[in-house]
Design a protein around this ligand. Structure first.
Ligand code: ATP
Length: 308
C-alpha cells in the first residue's frame, strides 16, 4: 500500500442521509495521486452525494475525508486554489459568452492559467464569442472542463461528465480527461456508464445503494468476477468437436449448425483453443473472441443491471 502522502483523497466511513433516505451508508476509498478514479454505479447509488462531500459542498453525517491532506470543510479556502470542480449545466447563464465565463472564473483566482490557451486546448477557440445557450452539449461540457481547470488544479472532480453526449463527443471528452492525467493531475469522476469507466479509469469503486461493493482496476475486477472468455467460430458441417473437450481450461462447448462456441477460463484458454484447432486441422471461419466487461462485473457483484 502506498504511503498516505500518495493519496490525493482519503475517505473513511462516510455516511449521509436526507431525511429518511440513506444516500451514503458507510463509504471508504482512496484516490492515488496522478490517477483517474471512478465512482461508478446506477442513478441514485450515492455517487453525487459522495463526491459533494469530498468537494466540501456537503458535510457527511459521519466519517472523515482528507483532500490533498486537508479537511474539505475546515480548509475549504485553502483547497479552493488546488482543486477544480466541474459545474452542472444549470449553473451558467444562458447569455453569458464563453470568453466572459472564462474571464469571470479567472478573476476568482490569484494565478489563473491563460484562458485563451485553455480554450484552444479544449477546441473552443472559435466559440469565444458564442453564448452559452448556443453551445452543443459536448461544447458545454468542454467549457465546464475549461472552467474547472482555470486555476491549474492538482485534483479535478467531474460528475457524470458525458451524460447525454453522442459517442463521438464522449470520446473527445475522454481524450481531454486523459490529457489532464498526462499533465500529472488527479481526477475523481462519477459515471453510470460502464464503458466510460472501463476506458477511462485507472481504478474504480462500484457503488450500489450507498455502499462500495467492489473496487480495483477494471481488468482486476473482470479477472476476479468474470474470468470467462468466449471463442466463437464457424467450421465445416459435421466437424468432430471432441478434441476441444480435452482442454483443461474449457467450461462449456456448444455446437450449433456450423458454429462452435467455446467458453473457458484463464489467460491460456485462447492459445489452447488455437493450438487445438491447429493440431487437429479444424477448418475455421469468422473466428472471434469475447471477454466480460465492467457491465458483466456489475451484474455479478450486485445481482442487477446498472440500468435497473
Ligand atoms: P444520480 O446519478 O442520479 O445523481 P447518484 O448515484 O449520484 O445518482 P445521489 O444523487 O447521491 O446518487 O442520490 C442518492 C440518493 O439520495 C437518491 O435516493 C436520491 O434520490 C437521494 N438524494 C440526493 N440528493 C438529495 C437531496 N438533496 N434531498 C433528498 N434526497 C436526495
Amino acid at each position: 500500500m502506498p504511503p498516505a502522502s500518495d493519496y490525493a483523497v482519503e475517505v473513511r466511513g462516510i455516511r449521509k442521509r436526507y431525511g429518511r433516505v440513506v444516500a451514503v451508508a458507510g463509504v471508504d476509498f482512496e484516490v492515488r495521486r496522478g490517477e483517474i478514479f471512478g465512482l461508478i454505479g446506477p442513478n441514485g447509488a450515492g455517487k453525487t452525494t459522495t463526491l459533494e462531500c469530498v468537494e466540501g459542498i456537503r458535510r457527511p453525517d459521519a466519517g472523515s475525508i482528507a483532500v490533498l491532506g486537508l479537511d474539505p470543510h475546515r480548509d475549504a479556502a485553502r483547497l479552493q486554489r488546488r482543486i477544480g470542480v466541474q459545474l452542472q449545466q444549470a449553473q451558467l447563464q444562458k447569455r453569458i459568452k464563453v470568453r466572459e465565463a472564462v474571464r469571470l472564473w479567472s478573476a476568482l483566482f490569484d494565478q489563473p492559467v491563460d484562458g485563451d490557451l485553455l480554450l484552444s486546448q479544449l477546441g473552443l477557440e472559435s466559440k469565444r464569442e458564442a453564448w452559452f445557450l448556443h453551445l452543443s452539449g459536448g461544447q458545454k461540457q468542454r467549457l465546464f472542463i475549461a472552467l474547472a481547470l482555470i486555476n491549474d488544479p492538482e485534483l479535478v472532480f467531474l460528475d457524470e461528465l458525458t451524460t447525454g453526449l453522442d459517442p463521438q463527443a464522449r470520446r473527445a471528452i475522454w481524450e481531454l480527461v486523459r490529457g489532464i492525467r498526462a499533465r500529472g493531475k488527479t481526477v475523481l469522476l462519477t459515471t453510470h456508464l460502464m464503458e466510460e469507466a472501463e476506458r477511462l479509469c485507472d481504478r474504480v469503486a462500484i457503488l450500489d445503494h450507498g455502499r462500495i461493493v467492489e473496487s480495483g482496476t477494471p481488468a482486476e475486477l473482470v479477472a476476479r468476477h468474470c474470468p470467462e472468455r468466449t471463442v466463437t467460430f464457424r467450421t465445416d458441417p459435421g466437424v468432430d468437436p471432441s478434441p476441444f473437450h480435452g482442454l483443461a481450461e474449457l467450461i462449456g462447448l456448444e455446437v450449433e449448425a456450423e458454429r462452435l462456441t467455446l467458453r473457458g477460463r484463464g489467460d491460456d484458454f485462447l492459445s489452447a483453443v488455437i493450438d487445438c484447432i491447429s493440431a487437429h486441422r479444424v477448418p475455421v471461419r469468422d473466428f472471434h473472441t469475447e471477454r466480460a466487461n465492467l457491465e458483466d462485473v456489475f451484474l455479478t457483484v450486485t445481482g442487477h443491471s446498472v440500468r435497473e
